[in-house]
Design a binder for this molecule. Structure first.
Ligand code: FES
Length: 107
């Protein structure tokens, strides 16, 4: 498990979504309500990169078949039994740092 600096905190404003790479792992970052979350950049349905998703500040909508996910938890909204892969993320001195392994709670 390795932590990777990926972006400056100031470069991801509230309501923004962006794809980054943590080592070799593609990650989607969102700023929901002023807090940054990190998820695997991959829709659990057919694998579409979610860094291309629509994001209204609270809901992530996959561009391929419109599955919806809660940006705070990664839990499926529609369908409700889906789940994004969650990665731990923290801010160190203004830099966003992401773990390249899934969060144990979501592994
Ligand atoms: S690939 Fe995302 S909803 Fe189908």
């Amino acid at each position: 498990m390795t932590w990777h600096p990926v972006i400056q905190e100031d470069d991801l404003w509230e309501g923004e979504l962006r794809g980054v790479t943590a080592g070799t792992v593609k990650i989607m970052l969102v700023n929901a309500g002023g807090r940054i979350r990190a998820f695997r950049d991959e829709c659990p349905h057919k694998g579409t990169p979610l860094s291309d998703a629509d994001f209204d500040g609270s809901t992530i909508v996959c561009p391929t078949h419109n599955w919806e996910f809660d940006a705070c938890t990664g839990c499926g909204i529609n369908p409700g039994d889906s789940q994004l892969i969650v990665h731990e993320v923290r801010v160190e001195g203004g830099t966003v740092v992401v773990c390249d392994k899934p969060s144990p709670a979501a592994a």
